[in-house]
Design a protein around this ligand. Sequence first.
Ligand SMILES: [Zn+2]
Length: 172
Amino acid sequence: MKFSFQYCPNCKNSKLRIENESKITCSSCNFEYYHNVAGAVAVIIQNKDKILFTVRNKNPQAGMLDLPGGFIDPKETAENACKRELNEELNISIDESKLKYLNSNPNTYLYKEILYNTIDLFYLYRDDKLEITDFDSLELKGFVWKSLDEIKLEELAFESQKKSLSLIMKNK
Ligand SMILES: [Zn+2]
């Protein structure tokens, strides 16, 4: 596994030790760095019997189906992150009070050769009148609405999403 640096940022020694996939220590100068689990959100948007999936335009997993969402910014609530990400990705403005927390699942996210461990917080957002006509073409190839019967878990980009969606598919 690769971390963001191979040499101690403090003393430039290469004697870095990694514990528990997250703590990096330098045995030469006692520098410590925590590559902590990052918080992320994913929103399951439902309109009548259809759920919205985005199609990733970027790696990791370009071309695969995704749920709208992303990393939580510093000092932001998870609900704020849902609203911001949906605005950025799909140009919609949601009512945060209608977000319903579903569950959390850990995930890994390999970006530019650095592995991030995330905790993905899943939310449900139901709006039977929601119309989506726009998307961020840098991040996304497009989007697709699918009924629960049409969802193929193997088309999804991330393990955490497969787990949370299978929960919904079981309970329908
Ligand atoms: Zn050092």
